[in-house]
Write a protein that binds this ligand. Sequence first.
Ligand SMILES: Cc1cc2nc3c(=O)[nH]c(=O)nc-3n(C[C@H](O)[C@H](O)[C@H](O)COP(=O)(O)O)c2cc1C
Length: 323
Amino acid sequence: MVRTRFCDVFGVAYPIVQGGMQWVGRAELTSAVANAGGLGFLTALTQPTPEDLAKEIARCREMTDRPFGVNLTILPSINPPPYAEYRDVIVESGVPVVETAGFNPAEHLPAFRAGGVKVLHKCTSVRHAVKAQELGVDGISIDGFECAGHPGEDDIPGLVLIPAAAEKITIPMIASGGFGDARGLVAALALGADGINMGTRFLATAEAPVHDNVKRQLVANTERDTELIFRPLRNTARVASNSVSREVVGILDRGGKFEDVRDLVAGARGRKVFEEGDLDLGIWSAGMVQGIITDVPTVAELIERIVTEARELIAGRLAGVLR
Ligand SMILES: Cc1cc2nc3c(=O)[nH]c(=O)nc-3n(C[C@H](O)[C@H](O)[C@H](O)COP(=O)(O)O)c2cc1C
């Protein structure tokens, strides 16, 4: 067993989390993670309406009797989705945990607390982690510069970010960004975290509801095959390198405005990449961890492998240096 206080607080067998993933965090993947003893999150905004989220939660319940959660990503937007309605569905559906991300979750915490929903807040800096801890969340997911999606603007990789956060965080904390195997889990524990969160690695599993071309590309790609888009707009996102992401970087580097790339980065185009498997149709998130992804296992195989190899690594290689 590899067990930490994270498992006790969040009611799972292993300290391994599947973070929210737009268009990917659906019942197929999340239930597979739950059934394998990890903590999976459905992605609220993948569902077009709060009513659809309620149906997806019900569908996931039919596929597992283990606990799972819902990710609520709060991002600045001209036409924001009805966050409060999605939140209320999460509370009313009785899921035990929510992963909040993107913005300070303060506004939503009273409702989660009243409904008995534990909050795992994902953030990319020590100061935001400290703030969330002060607000009373139940756990922190600290997301380093390596990560897919939004790494923030500080560019602090996990090797420094995780121990720096561990100095200040007293509640359970998991490390995120760049994790994909047992070596990462053991390193995270050594750096002061209570477990790991993974996105890209779970995208390359049999149950991830995306086209096989995407999974094959994750295996083929190296750690160098990502782009940081929206840097000049201070809303950086790490995505897979392709003709579209490279064009977006070029336009913005030459002084272009968001309007100049709006069509290229449209969410509908990224969704099509996952559905149709044409890898150059739009923007899709992937992290540097692509460099250590060499296969497409089932979720159960992946989690079992990480746990088994972590135990061997700790009891073997690490114990072996104590002489
Ligand atoms: C395809 C994809 C979509 C993602 N969408 C979201 C999202 O909607 N909300 C969110 O909080 N994080 C999102 N993430 C980030 C993951 O939850 C996780 O924090 C990140 O992938 C960790 O880094 P890693 O990919 O190196 O494991 C996404 C990641 C991927 C790969």
